[in-house]
Design a protein around this ligand. Structure first.
Ligand code: GDP
Length: 477
């Protein structure tokens, strides 16, 4: 998502060179509006965006003219406006003063409510809470069973007194669920409700009745970003019909153009609170407008990448690695193996790569990234003896031949892995003395090193290797 918009922005920016005249600024704002419209952003939002940046250009015209790098200033203005359009500040969950905190999920059928109920519950559980899931979608065939299966897989109880499939009263289920949670001291209650395939009065009324019965602390509207700017209009209808507090955008992993994300906040006046980026339980994250704006503009989302690395890497192994740095000990294949493990926990490498600066310009490379390479590397390392893993220098010809046989890989693959490993080791030595916790070394092909987080750099159209992210990867940053 957003690749096309990112590329369009990058093209519009590359047209700015040296001093910028007033007519050029007007044309630039118009080009940005067209780029937004092409990404399925609602007309009113695109219009407003373009008017706002033009207003800022005017306000800051002296500053822009005096600057040695006017396009940098313009870039900052667009970045700020994009962040504002996405909601400005991060919206956090509002907890109830007295537990439990009750969260009601609404939205059209197929938006991803039931999946989201599991993701949310799992997220709260990971923060030390004791959530309860309540199956009040009694309409959609199998919605109750689906929630029970999800609950079982994440070891979170599901309150489901009715079989669903058209049987039972959702208001009663929601009420009883809340009583049950209070009795059993669950501090979060997540209520899944029924949706329809389109907006209809009866569904809105049912959700309203459930809401009135349980008086939730938060009503989240779950909306499928794949349906483009229609998603924003559906959200608007719900905001007027049922009312909600915040939006969860699902299916952001799809190839929709991003119009929904960019239109929904302005059209409803409600913030996006979480996003879902896949079908797995961990494909879910809080929404940070600033980070999303960075991603769209090709600056990457290094903060999210670092957070995911931190979550995936057990604390003791990241501490161990840090200590090694400080003491000046060598990075070994054992360390590498534990990093491979962490990367596996972090999920799809292609998804992680999309967080790197410049990722919008490297869609093809990201899609073609060969994840099986990691599996092969792992097999090779696992065929080494503990001594070899700690002292890769002893890997002579006969040892390499034995490892090749053990792992079922060609000797040339063993050689290339050892070669890349030595480079990573060298890089780790060079990095010593800088920030030891800077991240994963680039040995496995992603991430690592320090990527400036606050410095805004305009993605240049032509760079040594075509785009900044690819260059960062090549240089092992
Ligand atoms: P509900 O009718 O609103 O409860 O929707 P479901 O939770 O059953 O989701 C509908 C379909 O969308 C299911 O096949 C989910 O696996 C899928 N789904 C949900 N969230 C995402 C997401 O973020 N990305 C993708 N690709 N699929 C999703």
């Amino acid at each position: 998502m957003f690749e096309a918009l990112g590329q369009r922005f990058s093209t519009v920016f590359s047209g700015l060179r040296g001093k910028v005249t007033q007519p050029q600024l007007v044309e630039f704002a118009q080009d940005i509006k067209l780029a937004l419209l092409d990404s399925d952003v609602a007309l009113a939002v695109a219009d407003n965006f373009s008017a706002k940046i033009l207003e800022k250009f005017q306000e800051k015209s002296d500053e822009i003219n005096r600057s040695t790098n006017p396009s940098q200033k313009i870039f900052e203005i667009v970045n700020n406006q994009l962040t504002l359009t996405l909601g400005g500040n991060t919206r956090r969950v509002r907890y109830a003063k007295t537990a439990p905190t009750v969260i009601l999920l609404t939205g059209l059928q197929g938006a991803g409510k039931t999946s989201l109920a599991g993701k949310l519950a799992n997220y709260f559980k990971s923060e030390g809470n004791t959530p309860l899931l309540v199956a009040a979608d009694l309409q959609r065939p199998n919605a109750v069973t689906q929630l029970q299966v999800v609950g079982q897989s994440i070891k979170i109880p599901v309150f489901a007194p009715e079989p669903g499939n058209g049987v039972g009263d959702p208001v009663e289920v929601a009420r009883a669920g809340l009583r049950f949670a209070t009795e059993k001291l669950h501090n979060f209650v997540i209520i899944d409700t029924a949706g329809r395939t389109g907006i209809d009065e009866e569904m809105m009324q049912q959700v309203t009745n459930v809401r009135n019965a349980v008086n939730p602390d938060e009503v989240f509207f779950v909306v499928d970003a794949m349906i483009g700017q229609d998603a924003a209009f559906t959200a608007k209808a719900f905001a007027q019909g049922v009312g909600f507090d915040a939006i969860v955008l699902t299916k952001l992993d799809g190839d929709a153009r991003g119009g929904a994300a960019l239109s929904v906040v302005e059209l409803t006046g409600k913030p996006i609170i979480f996003t879902s980026t896949g079908e797995k339980i961990n494909d879910f994250e809080p929404f940070y407008p600033e980070r999303m704006s960075s991603r769209i503009l090709g600056l990457g989302d290094v903060a999210s990448l670092a957070e995911q690395a931190k979550r995936a890497m057990p604390e003791d192994s990241s501490k161990k690695l840090e200590e090694k740095f400080v003491k000046g000990e060598d990075f070994t294949f054992e360390d590498f193996l534990s990093q491979l493990e962490a990367m596996k926990n972090m999920g799809s490498i292609s998804k992680l790569m999309s967080l790197l600066p410049g990722a919008t310009g490297m869609k093809k490379q990201i899609e073609n990234f060969d994840e099986s390479e990691l599996v092969r590397s792992r097999a090779i390392i696992e065929s080494m003896t503990p001594l070899e893993r700690r002292n890769p220098k002893i890997l002579n010809g006969s040892r390499r031949a034995r490892i090749a046989q053990g792992s079922g890989r060609a000797i040339s693959e063993i050689n290339s892995l050892v070669e890349r490993f030595s480079q990573a080791q060298k890089m780790m030595k060079q990095m010593r003395g800088k920030n030891p916790a800077a991240g994963l070394p680039s040995f496995a092909g992603i991430g690592g090193g320090q990527v400036p987080q606050n410095k805004i750099e305009i993605p240049k159209k032509k760079s040594r290797s075509g785009n900044p992210a690819k260059r960062a990867l090549e240089e092992g940053k």
